[in-house]
Structures are given as structure tokens and as C-alpha cells.
Design a protein around this ligand. Sequence first.
Ligand code: FAD
Length: 393
Amino acid sequence: MKTQVAIIGAGPSGLLLGQLLHRKGIDNVIIEQRSEEYVLGRIRAGVLEQGMVDLLREAGVDERMDREGQVHEGFHLSFDNRLARVDLKQYSGGKTVMVYGQTEVTKDLMDARKAAGAQSVYEAEDVALHGIDTDTPTVTFVKNGEKVTLECDYIAGCDGYHGISRKTAPKDVLKTHERIYPFGWLGVLSDTPPVDEELIYANHERGFALCSMRSSTRSRYYIQVELDEKVEDWSDERFWEELKRRLPEDVAARLVTGPSIEKSIAPLRSFVAEPMKFGRMFLVGDAAHIVPPTGAKGLNLAASDVYTLYHAMIAAYHDGKPELLDKYSDIALRRIWKAERFSWWMTSMMHKFDENTFNQKMQLAELDYFTGSEAGLTVIAENYVGLPYEKVE
Ligand code: FAD
């Protein structure tokens, strides 16, 4: 097999990059270790920055998003038994976010890829990358018991945090930076109307809570839990009771509860691997970085990496400027570190870290200050809607 760009992983990074390149006539093959159904069954992010929405439009997958997605012009911070609204549109110069589930984005991209006739290999086993520091890299994998070799010009490692791409990078060049948080998020998905039209991020003495949604009939709620908590110990009733306790009374009173259709605990971490280019292999999305979900940045960072690599690839294939591929890592990392900072800051301000009341008072003072000041609201809004993408030039 032969292609121009071998893409490892059919998550949002791999599918979006594949679709954008395909539309520019740059041939690519996606190699994914799981089945399509498995990939589509993962419930993850749901808030899309304007930049990602624009990129999905460029990839030609905006039709269902425009029909079913919800444009949000603001969100709420809850503390001290009250809500403070962050008006995104007002404080970011007119920008908004789109609430549209990662599962739906993935489905739209998979459908578009099939319709375009681009090649994907699902359930590929023993995926391995070779010769990334040569001009003729290859990817090998086993499909239906047969070993296949894919020759390519470049490899895009879009295979998430546990993927093989980062592990293939030379150990003496790769640097990693990590912070593990001492708690996780217990998430529940339910077919109940959201408690509010906008997201609510709650700081509470019992711990953080988030009221989010996927549509006008499907809600996604989270509460901060200890890392050693087990999902089995959280009945739906216990979850709803705990969530209500962490919300202002009037919000809790209007919460509609119902059976959960998904319940899981996710640990929180900040992680960055650098550089993101090793010879002819590029790390994209979660393969290179993880953020705690408090700032809704994980999926959006994957999209901004894709934007940068896509434009560098166009420069290489269409404009005769392959040297711009060397800029990928620096350009991507500049934005990544700022999103890491925002996600870490939101996490630090909104979660309960210990029983120290001074620390808790500092969080409340910070929330009161930021939500009571035009400058503070601007800082939150411009980061939440997403910092601008940097041009590749
Ligand atoms: P992934 O989605 O991880 O996709 C990588 C793909 O590569 C997978 O399909 C995987 O099967 C495949 N793969 C792995 N190894 C190999 C291999 N060796 N060979 C071939 N294929 C391989 N972000 C937010 O912004 N907000 C949220 O609320 C949020 N919630 C999240 C909840 C959970 C439980 C998790 C895990 C993540 C969450 N995120 C959230 C983060 C967001 O989902 C990710 O940032 C996003 O999925 C990154 O996309 P990706 O394509 O880079 O990686």
C-alpha cells in the first residue's frame, strides 16, 4: 500500500485532518486499531470553539452541526450560592461556542470520509511506525491475519494519549511535562432536559460540579470525586443528590433527574510532550497533550493542531514550501501551552483541593474578582472561546 500521509488513529484529530487533506487532493490512509462502532461509542467532549467550527465547515461537515448544534453566547460560574454569567459574545468581540457532541463530530467525519471514498482501515492490529527519521517512512499493521506495509511521505500520529506514535519518538529528544490532579470527574449522561440553557461550572465546599448538555433533551453532568471512588458505588439517586447539593438552591430546585444512560469516572491530568515533530512524524491532539476538561479545551486543541499541520501540508504539497512543516511544532506548542494554562487555572479555581479554608476563601475571592471586573470577564471569555489560530508562514 502507498499514500502521501499515513494517519494513525480515527479520533477527531485523525478524521478531521484526513478530510481536510483529502479535499485538497492530498492522499491519506487512516489506520485505527478499534472498530468504527467502538470509536463512535466513546462519550467525550461537547463544546466546540469558533475556530474548530470554522474548520469543520472547511471540511464540509457543517450541515448536521448547524441543524442540531446549539450556539452558546455565555456560561455561568456558580459560587457562594449564586450564579455569575460570563457573556462570551460581549467580552470576546462577538465570538461564541457551539455545543455539539464529539460523538456527533466523529460520526459526521466518518460519513464524509466514506462518501469521499477515502481509505480507512479499522481493527488494525500491531500498528508500528518505521523509519520516521528517513525520507521513506512506513507503517506496518496486521489486518485479517495478514501483515500490511503502508509506504508514505509523512506520518500523522493522531492516536491519542495511549497511542504508539509518541512511544516511537526518540527518548533522548522527547520531553514530557505532567501534572496529575488528586481527584477525578464522575460523569452522567441522561435523557433529561438540561437544568439551564447554558453551562454551569460550580465551585462548592463539597467539590466541583458541572452542568452541561448535548442537546435540548440530553444532559451531561459531572461532579468531582476522590480518585479511588468506584462507579458501582454511585447509584443514580446518590449522584443526583450530590449534584443538587453543589448547586445554588434555585438551580437545584429545577434540576430534572432521570436514569443515567452512561456513567464513568475520568481522572484529570495536564500533560505536554515536546517537540511535536520527529523527522517525518508529527504528533497531533491527545497524542501530544492532555488538559483537565475544566476549560473545555481537549478536543479544541486537537482541532488547532490539525489546522496548523493541514496548512503546513498544503505549503509542502501545493506551494513547494516543505520547510514550513518544520514550524509545526513551535506554532502548535505556543497555543497549546496557553490552553494548558487556562485549563489548569480553571481547574485550580473551581475544585476542592483540601480542607484548608484559606485556600477556599482565595478561590471565592478570585471568582468574585474575575466575575465582577470587565478585565476579568474578558480574560475568561477570550480564553474560553479559544485564542486565535496562528498562521503557518
Ligand atoms: P482520541 O480521541 O483519543 O483518538 C485517538 C484514536 O487513536 C482512537 O480512536 C484510538 O483508538 C486510536 N489509537 C490508539 N492507539 C492506536 C494505535 N496504536 N494504532 C492505531 N490507532 C490507535 N475534551 C473536552 O474538550 N471536553 C470534555 O468534556 C472532554 N471530556 C473527555 C472525557 C474523557 C473520558 C476523555 C478520555 C477525554 C475527554 N476530552 C474532553 C478530551 C477529548 O475527548 C480529546 O481531547 C479528543 O478525543 C482528542 O482527539 P484525538 O483524536 O487527538 O484523540
